[in-house]
Design a protein. Structure first.
Length: 751
């Protein structure tokens, strides 16, 4: 089944924030961001800006009626700067004007005097200076110190890993208007409507029940709107509250790029020890997460890095420490994979470096260490229904890996200035919010008298197809046609206390809440049907809009049943609540069972390198992916393809550049290069691993949003392998992204 939004998207009829019809008298807001990365604010002069025709007001921190605080996990972030600035682009003031154009013009006229202070942009320097967002955390298992002496090979090195700009097509924005009695309605492009509601309430000094947040859909989020939409929504709401008028705030791309946080860059050191038969006996790593100027989601992201730092492998002795470092960059935030990709990059780097040192292929090491049933993760959970080896074996077989490797070797022998490379990326990604409390959701279902069905959940549609999946769940479980089901906007008055749609768990959590609501409704409806048909309700079910008795259709249709149930005064509305069972985590021990299940897979990427220019093409991507029993193979395949390309972009072209003063240089699409259709792989073949899927996944259809992002890591090592084919004296340098400039340097290193 196609995504229900397909036609709307291609005909331009889908409504995004900027398409919501505005109320007459709507004002427009522009954000004034700090020109410098670190300093004291000496003076904010708004006289000139206020003189411009059409300018209504300039808001600064002193206008905030509630708290000037938007930190979600740690209370360390102001909405509007107070006395100091900690990153370039940090919001200082909000200009409100009659037109968007005037608002932006006036924003440039706000004069701010600073006393500049030395910025810190390097996480290692931040750590040395004691600039940490939260205390460090360590996960460990066994004792590496006791086994180094048993290792045949010990390899040490460092990594330097870049961040990533989200580049959602729709930039951050919100539209807020006062309704009455202090009540404010906010349309926000957010993954977390409750986070927006809470932040707005806090900033305005109002209770949460006076703030309504509504979200139709996002033009992409990718994690960038899990937390960071809240501040911009709060600015719009603040402006609406102060002026008493509707206010719209939409960031221009340039502002979005410099004001918002990105994927966290990481720096780190590792040491890996292997036995003669390539078993990884010990792994130690210390990582420095570049958190930016405020904690934002960094503590949770750091946690997921720890969880995924051993990748798809069983390693009996580990010690992994992460420092979350405070620097003068925009607060870095959630981005597809949520710290997991960074953790996996490090272990794959260690394996690649070990392979180089030993003189074997990394694939040999990967294969020798893949997780098996009941292997223990360093966080205490036992691996169950492990598909790591099954995916690897199926990929080897279906894609004839041996032959593929051989053909690449032959190519490299026959070509001097063009080399090909191949690498494999095994995947194991834990599903559930790492913060156990967030693993809950609700769904509100109304059945109307005509048999049509309204569904509201806490899930946010951001292109990933969750609304289609929700409609499918309702249609399948009610036994009615999908055309009867309407998925409504996500709204805090219909579904309260939502977790953000994130952690790839939107469909699982909300779908299970929907399942629970539907089960209750169906039970009541079948009781009515049993009365009408004079039988017992456990003989009955509903399929194809018909009541079925002991497998045979009756004359009672869905419409009729609903009508009769209403006349019998049976409630046709239900609220389902779901909380993932089984999971828990004890932070004092750093052990527990944090994940409902894991998603597995094996990705293979081949590339061709131009050894004169340093440029490369991504040739083919071959994947065996563990979808479980996919409820929507078309959507899930789209998620795989998009994620893979995004993952490849992160480690190849996408380079964030800051100057020594902490100013973003790659602040537009002319200086920040993302994969386009020409750069995308020539082919992506993805085979599903045949499995039933776990019980905790919605209808046994596994979470899909983030995991395939990690297959992109294979492209990075495939390029290194091609460089090595050209330059045998090259020793893998673990810096990412591997831009063509870097590749060119590596090609001629030592030659
Ligand atoms: N796909 C599209 N098209 N747009 C997005 O913004 N976000 C990704 C992923 N796929 C995203 C996407 C991220 S970061 C997550 S966590 C999941 O979708 C969230 O949705 P889900 O929980 O419904 O999978
Ligand atoms: N993933 C995404 N978002 C989150 C998580 C997570 O594991 N934990 C808290 N927010
Ligand atoms: Mo996704 S990074 O969990 O929004």
């Amino acid at each position: 089944m196609k995504n229900i939004d397909t036609i709307g998207h291609v005909t331009g009829k889908s409504v995004y924030l900027d398409d919501i019809p505005t109320i007459s008298g709507t004002l427009h807001a522009a954000v004034v961001g700090s020109a410098i990365a670190h300093g004291k604010i000496l003076k904010v002069d708004t006289t000139e800006a206020l003189r411009l025709d059409g300018v209504v007001k300039v808001i600064t921190c002193t206008d905030i009626p509630g708290e000037n605080q938007i930190g979600g996990i740690v209370e360390d972030e102001t909405l509007l700067a107070e006395g100091e600035v900690h990153y370039q682009g940090q919001p200082i003031a909000v200009v409100i004007a009659k037109t968007e154009r005037d608002a932006h013009k006036a924003a440039k006229m706000v004069r701010i005097d600073y006393q500049e202070l030395e910025p810190v942009t390097d996480p290692r320097i931040a750590k040395e200076k004691g600039l940490l967002l939260i205390p460090p955390r360590t996960f460990s298992m066994g004792n590496p110190n006791e086994v180094w002496s048993q290792c045949k090979y010990i390899v040490e090195d460092s990594i330097e890993l870049g961040g990533q700009e989200h580049l959602y097509i729709e930039t951050q924005g919100a539209y807020a208007y006062p309704v009455e009695g202090g009540y404010i309605k906010v349309h926000s492009s957010t993954q977390g409507p409750t986070a927006v509601q809470k932040t707005v309430a806090r900033v305005l000094g109002l209770p949460m029940n006076l703030i309504e947040v509504d979200v139709v859909r996002l033009g992409g989020g990718f994690g960038g709107k899990e937390d960071q939409a809240s501040g911009f929504a709060a600015m719009a709401a603040l402006a609406a509250h102060i002026t008493g008028k509707p206010v719209k705030l939409v960031l221009p791309r340039h502002d979005d790029m410099r004001m918002t946080g990105k994927r966290h860059p990481y720096s780190g050191d590792f040491r890996i020890g292997l036995t003669a038969d390539l078993k990884i006996l010990a792994f130690e790593t210390t990582l420095y997460q570049n958190g930016g100027a405020a904690a934002d989601l960094s503590p949770a992201i750091m946690e997921r890095t720890l969880f995924h730092s051993t990748g798809s492998y069983y390693i009996p002795n580990t010690r992994v420490t992460v420092y979350s470092c405070k620097t003068n960059l925009p607060p870095n935030t959630a981005f597809r994979g949520f710290g997991g990709p960074q953790g996996m990059f490090v272990i794959e780097s260690a394996i690649a470096k070990a392979a180089e040192t030993i003189g074997v292929s990394a694939i040999e090491i990967q294969q020798a260490n893949l997780l098996k049933e009941n292997d223990e993760f360093q966080y205490g959970q036992k691996a169950e229904n492990v598909n790591a080896r099954k995916c690897f074996a199926l990929a080897s077989e279906k894609f004839d890996l041996e032959n593929l490797r051989q053909s690449i070797e032959n190519y490299n022998q026959n070509n001097k200035y063009s080399k090909r490379g191949l690498a494999v990326m095994p995947l194991c990604f834990g599903i559930s919010f790492t913060n156990t409390a967030m693993n809950q959701a609700r769904a509100l279902v109304h059945i109307y008298q005509d048999g049509s069905v309204s569904v509201s959940t806490g899930a946010i549609e951001m292109g990933q197809g969750v609304n289609t999946k929700m409609a499918q769940v309702a249609s399948i479980l009610l036994g009615i046609d999908i055309s009867r089901v309407k998925i409504h906007s996500t709204n805090t008055t219909r579904v309260a206390n939502t977790s953000p749609t994130a952690a790839s768990s939107g469909a699982d959590l909300n779908g299970n809440a929907l399942r629970i609501a539907i089960a209750a409704l169906k039970k009541r409806l079948l009781k009515v049907a049993a009365e009408l048909l004079e039988c017992s309700d456990d003989e009955l079910t509903i399929e194809n809009e018909t009541v079925i008795r002991n497998g045979a259709p009756t004359a009672l249709k869905w419409n009729e049943l609903v009508k009769k149930a209403h006349l019998k005064r049976v409630a046709l509305t239900e609220n389902g609540h779901y909380a993932t069972p089984v999971i828990y985590f004890d932070k004092t021990k750093e052990k527990g069972h944090p994940f409902a299940y894991h998603v597995y897979g094996t990705g293979v990427v081949t590339i061709t390198l131009d050894c004169i220019r340093g440029t490369y093409t991504i040739d083919d991507v071959y994947i065996v992916h563990d979808f479980g029993n996919s409820i929507n193979p078309l959507i899930d395949l789209g998620q795989v393809e998009g994620a893979v390309v995004q993952g490849i972009g992160w480690l190849t072209l996408e380079e964030l550049a800051f100057d020594s003063k902490g100013r973003l240089l790659s602040n537009s699409l002319s200086t920040y290069k993302v994969p386009d259709i020409h750069f995308a792989p020539k082919s992506i073949q993805c085979i599903p691993l045949p499995t039933n899927g776990p019980e905790l996944a919605v209808l046994r259809s596994k979470a899909i949003g983030e995991p395939p992002f990690m297959y992109g890591i294979a492209a990075y090592f495939a390029i290194h392998n091609a460089i090595k084919a050209f330059n045998p004296s090259y020793s893998i340098k673990l810096t990412a992204p591997l831009t063509p400039e870097r590749v060119l340097m590596h090609l001629y290193q030592g030659r």
